[in-house]
Design a protein around this ligand. Structure first.
Ligand code: PNS
Length: 169
């Protein structure tokens, strides 16, 4: 479709949380397709839970019933990837004011690298404003119950890596 509206939702997704999923579903109300672009380097993650291949496979499984969501790995500059894929819209979730400075810097840098890109910030449901992948990893690593924070396939894989306690059963 020539006039298809594609949003690119980039991130590390280590792992995808219900907060991310909330943004994806809100985004699907605004655009035709959402491209979840999973960054090869998850540099902020000192102890990553999943490899790039695992993050891609797991996220694909979460959206296996949603034909309008595509999950792809990427490396290099996000704007180069977006341009290659014909996406002119980057979506990022903003949970709190503390996210703003970093997100604003990235948005302006991305736009100076490729002036045709637009960046929109979306607020997740309020019950997810405290949620982050790094907190989920930490709680899971310490054997806490993360069943309220991640989709089922992610919970299953966290349980495989960190033990059954993470399911709360
Ligand atoms: O989920 P994260 O870790 O906050 O996502 C950050 C991400 C992957 C979106 C950002 O680091 C990124 O876009 N990396 C790709 C490299 C790039 O384009 N860097 C310049 C951004 S201004």
């Amino acid at each position: 479709m020539v006039d298809e509206r594609i949003a690119i939702y980039p991130g590390s997704f280590d792992p995808l949380t219900l907060g991310h999923d909330d943004i994806v579903r809100r985004c699907l109300r605004l655009v035709d397709r959402v491209l979840i672009a999973i960054a090869a380097s998850a540099s902020e993650a000192k102890s990553p839970a999943f490899s790039l291949d695992e993050r891609v496979e797991l996220t694909r499984e979460v959206y296996s019933d949603e034909p309008r969501v595509e999950v792809v790995p990427f490396e290099g500059l996000l704007v180069d990837f977006a341009r290659r894929r014909g996406a002119r819209l980057i979506v990022r979730g903003l949970r709190a004011v503390s996210d703003f400075e970093y997100e604003f810097q990235m948005a302006l840098m991305n736009r100076s690298l490729w002036p045709e890109i637009e960046v929109i910030f979306m607020a997740p449901a309020s019950n997810y404003t405290f949620l982050s992948s790094s907190l989920v990893r930490e709680v899971a690593r310490l054997g806490g119950d993360v069943s309220g924070f991640v989709p089922l396939p992610v919970l299953r894989e966290l349980a495989r890596v960190y033990g059954a306690a993470v399911t709360g059963e």
